[in-house]
Design a binder for this molecule. Structure first.
Ligand code: ATP
Length: 142
C-alpha cells in the first residue's frame, strides 16, 4: 500500500509543483483539510489561502488563489486559478496590488473584483512573510 502522495499543483499557466509528499494541508471552502496517504477520495473547491506540502526533505509553502482539490488515496491534485511558491513571490508587486485594490475599495469601484484582488495580494504578502520568518530573514526596507 502506497504511503506517499504524488502531489500535482497546476494553474492555467502551467505546473507549479510536482513531487511526492507525506502530508498536504489545503484551504477547503468548508475548512482546512489535512491529507495523509490513503485518505478517502474527495473533490472540493478551495478558498484563496496557504497550501503546505510536507515531505522528508522540506516543507513547501504556497499561495493558492481559488480552484479545486482532488484527493485520491495516493494522489493530490490542485487545479488553481493562480499559485506561487513562497520563494517566487514578488513582494513589491503584491504590495502594489494590495494598495491598488484598497484604493478602488475606498472609492467604491469594482468592489467584488477588488475584494478578491485584495485577498490575493494579502495572501501573497503573508506567504512571503512565513518564508522570511522561517529563514530568519529581516523584513524588507519600508
Ligand atoms: P497583479 O495585479 O500584480 O497582476 P493579480 O492578483 O491580479 O496581481 P493574478 O491574476 O492572480 O494576479 O495572477 C496573474 C499571474 O501573475 C499568475 O501567474 C500569478 O501566479 C502571478 N502573480 C501575481 N502576483 C504575483 C506576485 N506578487 N509574485 C509572483 N507572481 C505573481
Amino acid at each position: 500500500m502506497a504511503n506517499k502522495l504524488q502531489v500535482e499543483l497546476v494553474t492555467p499557466e502551467g505546473r507549479v509543483f510536482s513531487e511526492e509528499a507525506d502530508f498536504v494541508l489545503a484551504p477547503g471552502v468548508e475548512g482546512d483539510l489535512g491529507v495523509l496517504p490513503q485518505h478517502i477520495a474527495l473533490l472540493t473547491p478551495l478558498r484563496t489561502g496557504v497550501v503546505t506540502i510536507r515531505n522528508e526533505e522540506a516543507e513547501h509553502v504556497l499561495a493558492v488563489s481559488g480552484g479545486f482539490l482532488e484527493v485520491l488515496p495516493d494522489k493530490v491534485t490542485i487545479l488553481a486559478d493562480a499559485a506561487e511558491r513562497a520563494e517566487d513571490i514578488d513582494e513589491a508587486r503584491a504590495e502594489e496590488a494590495r494598495k491598488k485594490a484598497q484604493e478602488l475599495l475606498a472609492q467604491n469601484v469594482g468592489n467584488e473584483e477588488a475584494v478578491m484582488a485584495l485577498e490575493r495580494a494579502t495572501l501573497r504578502l503573508q506567504v512571503a512573510e512565513i518564508r522570511r520568518r522561517r529563514h530568519g530573514h529581516s523584513p524588507p526596507p519600508q
